[in-house]
Ligand binder design. Sequence first.
Ligand code: FES
Length: 159
Amino acid sequence: MNMRISAGEFTERSLQIIRDLKHLEGPMLPILHAIQAEFGYVPEEVKPVIASELNLSRAEVHGVVTFYHEFRDHPAGRHVLKLCRAEACQSMGSDRIADRARQLLGIDFHQTTLDGSVTLEAVYCLGLCACAPAAMLDGEVYGRVDEHCLGDIVAGLSR
Ligand code: FES
């Protein structure tokens, strides 16, 4: 969910999430997933709150957020197009598909088009290796994606 809320609200809601989950063993990832589920991304303002509650440095929290491709640092667009960049898909031409997607959308991975319609993300295996190269649009998977199919997908995204 993407929302426009104040820094104070971010803090208040994040504290509630963190305190609900901090008892878990290895609480950082469940907390980050819950925060992204709540806000649609991991807001910068929330990192020091997590650090303080988990008795970590801000750099440690930032390091985890940036290490995992799953976490976003800005709100996603209305559509999220994920292209698989793992080995099976690479061997079947996913680099070419990625180049074409960047060209068609005018953005790189981890970016959102200026009109807010599409966020382009990389994923590392969608479990669809036998049908590589694979993509996922708003949770729906596509196999054997070629440049023609990608063009059709992208053409339908400007809504
Ligand atoms: S490597 Fe792309 S779906 Fe598995």
